[in-house]
Write a protein of this length. Sequence first.
Length: 171
Amino acid sequence: MIQPDVPDTDPSFVAAAHRILADLVRGGAALGWVEPPSLPEVAELLAHVADAARAGDGALRAAYVDGRLAGLGYWLRYARPTHRPHADLEKLAVAADVHGRGIGRALTAALIDDARQAGIEVLTLDARGDNGNALHLYRSLGFTEYGRLPGFVAVGPRRYDKVLLMLDLRI
């Protein structure tokens, strides 16, 4: 179900990833976009993540259900020299029609393993405060909250907390 060698430049993979991300954002998911991303934007993002993964500075994972892309996630190493042992789990997206099947958990666990193998010491992420399912998932995998920015995320007139989480892989 979870695959480490993602065909990041394959047009069908890019199109499927775009479909998942755009559909989730359209439905109000907190994935870093207010409006659904364009296909070229997703293609550029995946190419950037793939380049980082090839350089040992990231990982991209994909999950499939019945041969169809059902989710994807990635982490990227911090670029600053003093932060090289740290990475940010930047995106985790699971298609809405397969929520509740453990795909997000499996993707996150695989990304944590990849980070550990890459020598990452601390894996961080942020989540929107109203995303209870994601916060529960991350906490159940050992992430702890290290900060919260009240009302930081603006979506139209609504405001949400930005919750900062970390997983110490040194322990």
